[in-house]
Design a protein. Structure first.
Length: 319
């Protein structure tokens, strides 16, 4: 303790001297005046910033520029201003893609966080082989979405309709992937099945930060398990819930591989997400500049939703 006190005293003296020297020189003391930064940090940070700028920000700005042209991705093109953006608001296919993406994103986010929170609380309890269960639940996250998507496509095309016929369930007797009304179910199911693993891991990390003495004190006061969850567990893992909410919603809005593997946007473009529409129309449909404008607009929508979501979540944490 003496060494620590002497160090603090020396630090204060150095700070006072620095401030006095700055005052004598006619300058206002800065909070960075007694801080030295090693040049090695700049040698690490500056190259990384340049790489990010070169491979992320420059292509993004080029894409924004292309959105104001009639380019098809090759050959000559001309400047057309905001025509692509105006056409997006009149395109019914684009509107349906945004609506479909929004609906499945909300559904996926709710299901993933509910199931992940339930599983994490169960795995955090005193159960046998809980480490083995954690590995089992995390395996889906390590697998490729496209590979697993084709496996699930076979399941929804053959075994599941056969089971529906055997049980006499009409809507399940035919493949859900070919139904205009139910084709969204396999996409949501596959998205939730894979996303739950990572969210469970984050919730488990949050649960590990809660001291067991808090639960013991609550038990002494007569609180039941449900009251412990709502009054102790859920408020204390609020930051982890915010992180999961943002990440899950962001990933759900970017649903792409699931659509490619299961429905390819069908039937009759009913399951086209915004990302799939941008890919299909921009790279294979000759709408490069048009879909680039769509991508820019989608980026703005995601940014606005993310800021709103973070603001609401932070207010909830303060309360």
């Amino acid at each position: 303790m003496k060494g620590r006190d002497s160090y603090m005293t020396q630090s204060k003296v150095v700070g006072i001297r620095t401030a006095d020297e700055a005052a004598k020189a006619g300058k206002r003391p800065s909070r960075f005046s007694n801080r030295k930064v090693d040049r090695a940090f700049y040698w690490m940070a500056v190259p990384a910033a340049l790489i990010f700028t070169l491979f992320l920000y420059v292509p993004f700005l080029q894409g924004v520029a292309y959105s104001f042209t009639n380019s098809q991705g090759y050959g000559r093109y001309s400047w057309i201003g905001f025509r692509n953006y105006g056409a997006l608001f009149r395109d019914g296919r684009v509107g349906h893609a945004y609506l479909f993406t929004l609906l499945i994103a909300i559904l996926i986010t709710l299901l993933v966080n509910f199931i992940a929170l339930f599983i994490s609380v169960a795995l955090n309890g005193r159960i046998a082989f809980k480490n083995g269960f954690r590995v089992i639940y995390f395996i889906p996250y390590t697998l490729s979405v496209l590979v697993i998507g084709y496996v699930f496509k076979y399941i929804f095309m053959t075994p599941l309709p056969a089971l529906g016929k055997a049980l006499g369930i009409g809507w399940l007797s035919q493949s859900l992937l070919t139904s205009e009304h139910y084709a969204w179910i396999p996409i949501v199911f596959l998205s939730v099945w894979q996303a739950v693993a990572y969210s469970t891991l984050i919730y488990l990390a949050g649960l590990q930060t809660i001291d067991s003495e808090v639960y013991e004190a609550a038990s002494i006061d007569g609180a039941n398990e449900w009251q412990k969850f709502w009054r102790i567990t859920f408020p204390l893992i609020g930051p982890f819930f915010t992180i999961n909410l943002v990440l899950t919603l962001k990933n759900a809005f970017n649903t792409f591989d699931q659509v490619v593997a299961l429905t390819a946007g069908g039937p009759d473009s009913k399951t086209e997400t915004v990302t799939y529409l941008i890919y299909k129309g921009g790279l294979t449909g000759g709408e490069y500049a048009y879909q680039t404008a769509n991508a820019v607009m989608f980026f703005i929508v995601l940014a606005v939703i993310a800021f709103i979501q973070l603001g609401i979540s932070r207010r909830g944490e303060k309360i």
